[in-house]
Design a binder for this molecule. Structure first.
Ligand code: AMP
Length: 307
């Protein structure tokens, strides 16, 4: 297994200033898997769904060569449901509903043949679930990447700190980095967070790009200035899937290669926001991705002559 992902496979209902989505396919693991599948990485999802989850969604994921055999179906349960509404700036959103449903008693089981993945991506879930997945592996992956959110900082701080000690890379957004570190400056926040466990930190800043920190270096990748952002849901997960997928594909975990990986993550995320949910990322071609990587190159390329 190149990339083992644990995270939600969900129903989402999204409201933006441009309209309402109805109940659609969502979930962190879904976006992560679709992004890494664009990089031809053998990706397996560990998740849980209810009896109400359509087989056609699983078939669609499988058609992208995502292994869905680690997704447990609880026939008499309901799939995790999340509803959110974006503000006019499209950068902030309110959660309207979170129904954990089958996630409430989720006891992840990593299939025996997946227990030596190259990279483990622990999607945004209860830190004890993240830890349970880590504990089932036969040996430590080359990289363990973890995503989390303010909800787990508020409710499960100690468990989060415990799993964080075993993680190489943490991805969070700017507000979460401030909350976690109690520092306003993101540079100070990064220093403090890297003392909690991860040697590398990615701070996502939505339409303002992403920062990559490790002990001695910092790198910034912009987000593509898009004319229309339709629905930002899943952008962070798509970013994480592109980032981890690129590292799994290239098998190079240096800081220099992480810079490239962050550009892949940003390029893939720039598609996700163009339509509701997974619609755009699921229809993406290799050519679309390459064209956008070119745009990213010219966006950040400049020449300065120094004497
Ligand atoms: P993002 O926009 O990248 O932060 O992630 C959006 C996805 O996260 C949606 O598809 C939701 O299904 C999922 N999600 C929302 N709330 C939670 C939660 N509390 N735990 C896990 N996943 C969630």
């Amino acid at each position: 297994m190149g990339l083992l992902v644990v995270g939600t496979v969900a129903f989402d209902q999204i409201e933006t200033p441009f309209g309402k989505s109805g109940k659609i396919l969502g979930g962190a693991a879904t976006f992560i898997g679709l992004a890494s599948s664009m990089l031809d990485v053998k990706t397996g999802l560990v998740s849980v769904i209810g009896g109400d989850f359509p087989q056609t969604y699983l078939d669609m994921l499988a058609s992208k060569h995502i292994d869905v055999s680690g997704i447990e179906r609880i026939e008499n349960g309901k799939t995790f449901f999340w509803a959110g509404r974006y503000h006019n700036d499209m950068n902030s959103r309110d959660t309207l509903t979170t129904e954990l449903n089958v996630l409430e008693n989720f006891n992840p089981v990593v299939p025996a043949e997946w227990r030596e993945p190259q990279i483990l991506m622990l999607g945004n879930l209860h830190p004890l679930v993240q830890k349970a997945v880590l504990n089932q592996l036969n040996k430590r992956p080359k990289l363990v990447i973890l995503d989390t959110m303010n909800f787990w900082m508020d409710h499960t701080w100690n468990e989060l700190m415990d799993v964080l000690k075993e993680v190489d890379i943490l991805t969070i957004n700017d507000e979460e980095a401030r909350q976690m570190s109690k520092e306003y400056s993101l540079v100070k926040a990064a220093k403090k967070i890297m003392e909690m466990g991860p040697h590398t930190l990615i701070i996502k800043k939505g339409e303002h790009g992403a920062l990559l920190f490790n002990e001695n270096s910092v790198f910034f990748a912009p987000a593509l200035p898009l004319e229309d952002v339709f629905d930002p849901t899943g952008a962070g997960d798509t970013f994480a899937g592109g980032f981890s997928g690129f590292l799994a594909k290239t098998r190079n975990y240096s800081f220099e290669n992480m810079k490239r990986a962050i550009i892949y993550g940003s390029a893939l995320a720039s598609f996700t926001v163009e339509k509701f949910g997974i619609e755009r990322i699921a229809e993406l071609t290799e050519e679309d991705l390459n064209d956008r990587l070119d745009v990213f190159k010219s966006l950040t390329n400049f020449d300065i002559e120094l004497d």
